[in-house]
Design a protein around this ligand. Structure first.
Ligand SMILES: Nc1nc2c(c(=O)[nH]1)N[C@H]1C(S)=C(S)[C@@H](COP(=O)(O)O)O[C@H]1N2
Ligand SMILES: [Mo]
Length: 252
């Protein structure tokens, strides 16, 4: 049997090498961090997120989108599981100057014309009720019950099929202060509804009366309350929270 004898000198040499490698890696990490910090923020956003980190988010988004299957439904619950007291969160675009009596939903068509729809036009279409776990990016969630028209039905019944071939849909509050952009596959997923009821009654004013978006495949930030205008685009529509550094896709 051969025995390996490690001399004391060899041991010292190994320790010195390991220590030097450790120090060099440490210095390299500091340089990489400094480089990331010094990269310009992504243009067109207020967030100031350095572009290498933003690229990380964009890669996340690509993975998410690649794994999105519109046939997979978000888990739903019986009506008895729905919260009676529904949390109110977010009031951008929800000012008191809103004239609900004269509200109509504007839909900008691909030919540039805007078509207007009354609440009755929307209520005429088949109604869907759904209870799901509403998730806010701030870390809370609540099982809530909503009623409305499937967005995909709305497009179908009002002959907006051509518009539905765009890659994105944008929605804006009447005062233009809150706005979301949504990829079309998520908008057309069958649980996405233009909601006009909560807990079986018309939406409360602070929860988006007369019409809001409920899109269970996304976090709360995309569930725009008080929709004024809908439009379509092959490029990303502006998005309030994406402009403030949140993930544009915001799926879960
Ligand atoms: N118009 C408008 N819609 C909005 C918001 C907002 O500030 N303004 N906040 C969003 C966020 S962050 C969440 S979590 C949900 C909350 O809906 P709720 O108030 O009905 O609970 O609405 C979304 N829709
Ligand atoms: Mo939220």
């Amino acid at each position: 049997m051969k025995e390996t004898i490690i001399t004391e000198r060899k041991l010292t040499e190994k320790t010195v090498i390991a220590f030097t490698v450790f120090i060099l890696l440490f210095i390299a990490a500091i340089f990489v961090w400094k480089w990331i910090r010094n990269q310009p923020a992504e243009s067109g956003t207020l967030s100031g997120i350095p572009s290498p980190l933003r690229k990380g988010l964009t890669i996340d988004e690509k993975l998410f989108r690649a794994s999105f299957n519109p046939n997979v439904l978000v888990k739903t619950y019986p009506i008895s599981a729905a919260a009676k007291k529904v949390r109110v969160n977010g009031d951008v675009g929800m000012g008191n100057d809103f004239d609900a009596g004269n509200w109509k939903l504007g839909v900008v068509k691909d030919n540039g014309d805007t078509a207007f729809f009354s609440m009755d036009d929307i209520k005429k279409l088949p109604k869907t009720d759904e209870v799901f776990d509403f998730k806010c990016i701030e870390g809370w969630s609540q099982k809530t019950w909503w009623g409305g028209t499937k967005f995909s039905d709305f497009l179908k019944y009002y002959h907006l099929d051509k518009e539905a071939t765009n890659s994105f849909v944008g929605m804006i509050t009447p005062d233009k202060k809150y706005y979301v952009g949504i990829d079309m596959p998520s908008a057309l997923q069958t649980q996405t509804i233009l909601a006009y009821e909560m807990n079986g009654k018309p939406l409360p004013m602070d929860q988006g009366y007369p019409l809001r978006l409920i899109i269970p495949v996304k976090y709360g930030i995309k569930h725009i309350k008080r929709i004024g205008t809908i439009y379509f685009s092959n490029t990303r529509p502006r998005d309030y929270w994406a402009e403030r550094g949140y993930d544009y896709y915001s799926g879960h």
